[in-house]
Design a binder for this molecule. Sequence first.
Ligand code: DX5
Ligand code: ZN
Length: 221
Amino acid sequence: MVKIAPSLLAADFSDLKSQITLAEQAGADWLHLDIMDGHFVPNITCGPPVIKAIRKLTKLPFDTHLMIEDADAYIEIFHAAGADVLTVHYEACTHLHRTISRIKELGMNAGVCINPATPVELLRDILPYVDLVLIMSVNPGFGGQAFIPTSPAKLHQAADMIKQIKPEVYLEVDGGVDDTTVEAVVKAGANVLVAGNYVFGNGKIADAIRTLKKTANAIRS
Ligand code: DX5
Ligand code: ZN
């Protein structure tokens, strides 16, 4: 089954409680939380206090996407706040194996993410240690951007590498996922779909989640 991970970045921040409840009721599998520091990416979002506050509102796993420099300094803090999956960027971690190991030691699932211009091949040596690979299909920093059309080819490559090295690793895609791109990413091997604007952008949260799920699982089966 393909998992749907709505990105809260596009939700109404003044009413997170109802937005999260609607997403959960509509069958969201994970909640994707985009953490940006204004350094690694040119935008700032929210941090551990917000995660801690919304942790009380839902049982959905928190799929936490760190777009920050110096992730090492914050691993414990995000764990304490309630992150279940903690994903760091290949481009932002000098000692990636150490970072991933620390995430695992704390009992979280560890993810590694690459930007659109970073080759998939660079993930080969870290793959045995992670639970999730996240392929960005936009340049990280903002929601609502256009899907980069070369992304399915990267997903394909990542799916092949995962199959060879560690088949249980999740392959997640993030950026511009909607009813027009879902088919291409699932056919390319993605099994966790992040969607921000498509889910929260038009007030039809439940419809959007159901459409993504139905389309994705029809392709998978
Ligand atoms: C972008 C974030 C995404 C973003 C996706 O840096 O990592 O998770 O919310 O938003 P959409 O689905 O609108 O492209
Ligand atoms: Zn994200």
